[in-house]
Design a protein around this ligand. Structure first.
Ligand code: ATP
Ligand code: MG
Length: 790
C-alpha cells in the first residue's frame, strides 16, 4: 500500500521535513552527529517515490559502506515496498564498477576487468619500479603507491603528472605512474582509485555517455558528503550536471548530507571544502541546518561539543536534545592495557547481569586495529561473545588471495598481477628466472604475460630452458582445463573446489605438519562456504522464477564468477559490523555480540553503550598528530565521532603503561580527556598518586583511591580540589626532568640510554630514549621518574 504523505513526514521535525520535501534545486543538509541526516536521506527517497512520482530507476543514492547501502535500501523497501529494488544504492566504488562494466569498451577495456586492491597495486608498482631501475631503498613501493593514489584522487593523469613534476620525487612518481597505468590497462584492471577517476574521465570525454546517465538518474543523493575527495566531488558534478545541456536535459536534483566535524578521511584525500563550497559549486543551492539530536543524552552531547569546540576554523554549532542529561560519563585509568581490557569486560558483564544492556548494545572502540588483541584475550577468557570488525581481514590471508588470484585469472586471463602470483603456486618448477624470461619476452613483443606463456608452450620464447618450458606447458594446460570448468557453467564454489583439487594446493597444505597450514585449510573451506552462500543468496533474491528485479548490462550475471569477484573486491571492514538484532535463539531473546572496532569503522553507527579506550597522547591522538595541528584537528574530529556514537552510556579509559613493539611505554593522558568538562565525568579510578603529590584522586569517590604498583608510595590519597581530571593543576610543577635530544640518562630499570626524541610540554612532556639492548622506550617526565640525567 502506498504510504500516506503524513506517514512519511509525521515523525520529523520542521527542518528535517523541509529537507525531505525540498524540490527544484540542489540541497545541502549540514548538521552535527545524530541529528537525523541519514534518516532524512532515506525518508527523502521514500518521499520522492511516494509523493513525487519518481521512478525508482531514476534514483541514485551513495553511502559510505556497502552495509549502509543495504540498510538504506531495506528501509526504503519498508516504506514503499519492493519497487525500491530498481534504485541504485551503493558506495561510490560499487556504482563506478557498475558503470565501468557497462562502458568498458569505450575506455578500450573489457567488461571482465579485474579490480586491484592495495596489495595488488603494491605488487604491480614493485614490478614497475624494478623494471625502471628505481632504488627501492630510496623510493619504497608503498610510498610510490601513496603518491600515485593522491594524484588520482586529484584527477591528475599520468601525462599531466609528468609535465607538472617539479622535483626528483615527483619526477620518479610520475615516471612510475605512466608505466603503472600502462600495465593496468594491459592487465585489463582498474585499481580502487581508477574506479572513480576513470568513470570521471568517461563522463567528461564522452558526452553521449554522460547524457545517458543524466537522463537516467534524475535524483542523486549522497550521505557522509564531508568524506568525499576531489575525484568523487567531480564525479557527482558530472553525473548531475550544473546546467541544462544542449539536449535540453536539466541538471538532476542533488541532495547531499554531511557534517564537517566528522571528516576523518583526509588521508584518502577527503576535503571539507566540498561541504564548505557547496553553494558555490551548485548554483541556487539551498542549505538546511539540523540541530536537534535524537541519539544521545545531553551529557554525551556536551562532552562532544566541548571537545570539538577546540578545533580552529570551524563553524560553531550546538547540538541539543530533549532526552535529558542521562548518566555521567565513566572514566577509568588503568595500570596497563590488560587492566583496561579487564575493566571494560567487567563493566559489560555487570551491565548484562543487571539487565541494563545486551551484548549487542555495546561497542568497544580503539584507535588502531592492533589494540583489539588484549580485548579478545579477556573476552575469550570470560566467555563474553564478541566480534572484531576489521583487522587482518579474511580476504587478505595468503591462501585466500592465492585462490582468488586463480579465480581472477580464470575470469580475466590478462590479469598479470594475479597470473604471476599463481604461476608457481603451488611450486611447479617455474622459477624466478623463467618468469623473468617470459616477462622480458612479453615486454619486447608488446604482448601480455598470458600470451607470452602461450608463446613458451609453442617454443617461441628464446632463452627458456626446456624444463621450464615443460612446466609452463603443464600450467597452461591446467588453466585451460579449469577454464573449461568455468565454461561449463559450474557454480563458483565448484570452480573453487576444482582449483583446490587440480592444482594440488589443498593436498600440499594437508600433507604439511606446520599447524599454520591446518588453519589455512580451514580458511579455504570457509572460502568455499562463502562462495556457496553467495550463490544461494543470489538465487533467493532472484525468487522462484529466477528473475532479478532489474537486469542491467552493468551488472555481471547474478551468481556468476565475475559477480563473486566483484563482491569480494569491494567488501570493506564496515560491511561486517554485526546487526543489532543478533540471531535467533530458543527463548526468543538473543543478547548478540559485543562489537569491537576502530573509530573510523564506527562512522555513521550508534550504540547504547560505547567504550572509548586507549585515550592516551601518542595513541589517541595518534603519535603522528602530536606535533601537527592539521593532523591533530583530524584526530579531534575522530574523538567527536567516537563520543557521538553513544546513545546512553559512554566510557572513556586510558592506560598508564602499554606495551608497544614488545616494550612497556608510559603514555600520558590524551589531551581529549582533559577537554571533557570535569563535571560530566565520574572517574571510577584515577591515576595513582606519585610521591610529589601530583596525581590525585577526585577526592569524592572512595573508589578513586587506588594505588598503582608499588611506586609512588603515597597510596594515592592526596587530594586535589580544583579538578577531577586525571591531570591536576599541580602537575605543571612536577616535571622532574628536563631533557633534550642527545642527553644521556640512567634509568633504574633500563640502564643507560640516550634521548632520541622529546614530545609535549608540561605534564605531557615525554622523551623517547634508546636504551640500547633494552630497546627504545617512551617515558613520561612527570612525577617521580626513576631516572637521572648524566
Ligand atoms: P551521523 O552524523 O552519526 O551520521 P545522522 O545525522 O545521520 O548521524 P541518524 O543516524 O539519521 O543521524 O539519526 C540518529 C538517530 O536519531 C537515529 O536513531 C534516528 O532514527 C533518530 N532520529 C532522527 N530523527 C528523528 C526524529 N525526528 N524523531 C525520532 N528519532 C529520530
Ligand atoms: Mg548518518
Amino acid at each position: 500500500a502506498k504510504p500516506r504523505h503524513s506517514d512519511l513526514l509525521d515523525d520529523l521535525n520542521p527542518a528535517q521535513r523541509e529537507a525531505v520535501t525540498h524540490a527544484g534545486s540542489p540541497l545541502l543538509v549540514v548538521a552535527g552527529a545524530g541529528s537525523g541526516k541519514t534518516r532524512v536521506l532515506t525518508r527523502r527517497i521514500a518521499y520522492l517515490l511516494a509523493e513525487r512520482d519518481v521512478h525508482p530507476g531514476q534514483i541514485m543514492a551513495i553511502t559510505f559502506t556497502n552495509k549502509a547501502a543495504a540498510e538504506m535500501r531495506e528501509r526504503v523497501s519498508d516504506l514503499v515496498g519492493r519497487r525500491a529494488n530498481a534504485m541504485w544504492v551503493s558506495t561510490f566504488h560499487s556504482m563506478c564498477v557498475r558503470i565501468l562494466r557497462r562502458e568498458a569498451k569505450t575506455l578500450e577495456m573489457s567488461s571482465s576487468f579485474s579490480i586491484y586492491d592495495s596489495d595488488d597495486t603494491k605488487r604491480l608498482i614493485t614490478l614497475v619500479a624494478r623494471d625502471l631501475d628505481i632504488d627501492p631503498k630510496k623510493y619504497a613501493a608503498r610510498t610510490l603507491a601513496v603518491h600515485i593514489s593522491n594524484l588520482k584522487n586529484e584527477l591528475i593523469d599520468p601525462e599531466t603528472a609528468v609535465a607538472d613534476a617539479g622535483n626528483d620525487l615527483e619526477r620518479r612518481v610520475a615516471e612510475v605512474y605512466v608505466e603503472y597505468q600502462r600495465r593496468l590497462n594491459q592487465a585489463n584492471a582498474f585499481d580502487f582509485d581508477d574506479l572513480i577517476m576513470r568513470t570521471v574521465e568517461l563522463l567528461q570525454t564522452y558526452p553521449d555517455v554522460a547524457e545517458y546517465y543524466r537522463r537516467r538518474f534524475r535524483h542523486v543523493l549522497v550521505d557522509e558528503y564531508q568524506d568525499t575527495n576531489h575525484a568523487q566531488y567531480t564525479l557527482v558534478r558530472e553525473l548531475v550536471g550544473t546546467e541544462t545541456n544542449e539536449a535540453g536535459i536539466e541538471p538532476a536534483e542533488l541532495c547531499v548530507v554531511g557534517d564537517a566535524d566528522q571528516s576523518i578521511y583526509a588521508f584518502r584525500g577527503a576535503t571539507i571544502r566540498n561541504i564548505e563550497e557547496f553553494e558555490r559549486d551548485f548554483p541556487n543551492a539551498r542549505t538546511v541546518l539540523l540541530e536537534q539530536n535524537y541519539r544521545s543524552t545531553q551529557t554525551i552531547l556536551n562532552a562532544a561539543n566541548a571537545v570539538i569546540a577546540r578545533n580552529p576554523n570551524r563553524r560553531a554549532k550546538r547540538l541539543w536534545t530533549d532526552s535529558g542529561d542521562g548518566e555521567k560519563i565513566v572514566g577509568y585509568v588503568a595500570d596497563n592495557e590488560h587492566d583496561e581490557a579487564a575493566f571494560v569486560a567487567g563493566e559489560i558483564d555487570a551491565l548484562a547481569d543487571k539487565g541494563e544492556a545486551d551484548y549487542s548494545d555495546v561497542a568497544v572502540f580503539y584507535r588502531t586495529n592492533n589494540q583489539s588483541r588484549v580485548f579478545e584475550e579477556i573476552f575469550i577468557r570470560l566467555g563474553l561473545p564478541y566480534k572484531v570488525v576489521g583487522g587482518v581481514r579474511f580476504y587478505e590471508r595468503r591462501e585466500v588471495r592465492d585462490m582468488l588470484a586463480y579465480l581472477r585469472v580464470l575470469a580475466n586471463p590478462e590479469d598479470t598481477v594475479s597470473l604471476r602470483r599463481i604461476l608457481n603456486v603451488p611450486k611447479r618448477g617455474i622459477g624466478d628466472r623463467a618468469e623473468a624470461v617470459i616477462a622480458t619476452y612479453a615486454e619486447r613483443e608488446r604482448i601480455s604475460f598470458a600470451q607470452a606463456l602461450r608463446g613458451a608452450v609453442s617454443g617461441e620464447v628464446p632463452l627458456l630452458n626446456p624444463r621450464s618450458a615443460k612446466a609452463i606447458t603443464g600450467f597452461v594446460e591446467l588453466m585451460d582445463e579449469l577454464g573449461e570448468v568455468v565454461e561449463s557453467g559450474a557454480e563458483v564454489a565448484d570452480i573453487l573446489e576444482a582449483v583446490l583439487e587440480r592444482t594440488g594446493y589443498r593436498a600440499e597444505l594437508e600433507e604439511s605438519d606446520d599447524p599454520q597450514d591446518a588453519s589455512r585449510v580451514e580458511n579455504l573451506t570457509e572460502l568455499v562456504t562463502v562462495a556457496r552462500e553467495f550463490t544461494e543468496f543470489t538465487a533467493e533474491v532472484a525468487g522462484p522464477d529466477g528473475e532479478l528485479p532489474e537486469a542491467d548490462p552493468g551488472v555481471p550475471e547474478p551468481g556468476s564468477l565475475p559477480a563473486f569477484l566483484e563482491r569480494v573486491s569491494l567488501v570493506a571492514d564496515a560491511d561486517s559490523v554485526p546487526s543489532p538484532d543478533g540471531g535467533d535463539s530458543d527463548d526468543g531473546h538473543d543478547a548478540g555480540v559485543v562489537t569491537l572496532m576502530t573509530v573510523h569503522t564506527a562512522k555513521g553507527l550508534e550504540y547504547p553503550v560505547v567504550f572509548g579506550t586507549g585515550w592516551e597522547d601518542g595513541i589517541f591522538p595518534h603519535m603522528r598528530a602530536l606535533g601537527d595541528p592539521t593532523e591533530l584537528a583530524e584526530e579531534r574530529r575522530l574523538a567527536y565521532v567516537a563520543i557521538t556514537r553513544a546513545r546512553k552510556r559512554l566510557y572513556v579509559s586510558r592506560s598508564m603503561v602499554r606495551s608497544a613493539w614488545g616494550q612497556p611505554q608510559m603514555n600520558p593522558a590524551s589531551r581529549f580527556l582533559d577537554e571533557l568538562p570535569a563535571d560530566l565525568v565520574d572517574w571510577r579510578r584515577l591515576a595513582p598518586s606519585s610521591s610529589s603529590g601530583g596525581f590525585g584522586s577526585s577526592g569524592g569517590s572512595p573508589r578513586a583511591a587506588t594505588t598503582w604498583g608499588s611506586r609512588g608510595g603515597g597510596g594515592g590519597s592526596s587530594s586535589r580540589a580544583a579538578s577531577t581530571s586525571p591531570f591536576g593543576k599541580g602537575w605543571k610543577d612536577t616535571v622532574a626532568l628536563k631533557l633534550d635530544v642527545g642527553d644521556r640518562v640512567s634509568h633504574d630499570k633500563y640502564g643507560l640510554g640516550t634521548v632520541v626524541a622529546c614530545d609535549g610540554t608540561g605534564p605531557r612532556a615525554t622523551a623517547t630514549i634508546d636504551f640500547g639492548a633494552a630497546g627504545k622506550v617512551r617515558l613520561m617526565l612527570i612525577g617521580s621518574v626513576p631516572m637521572v640525567k648524566l
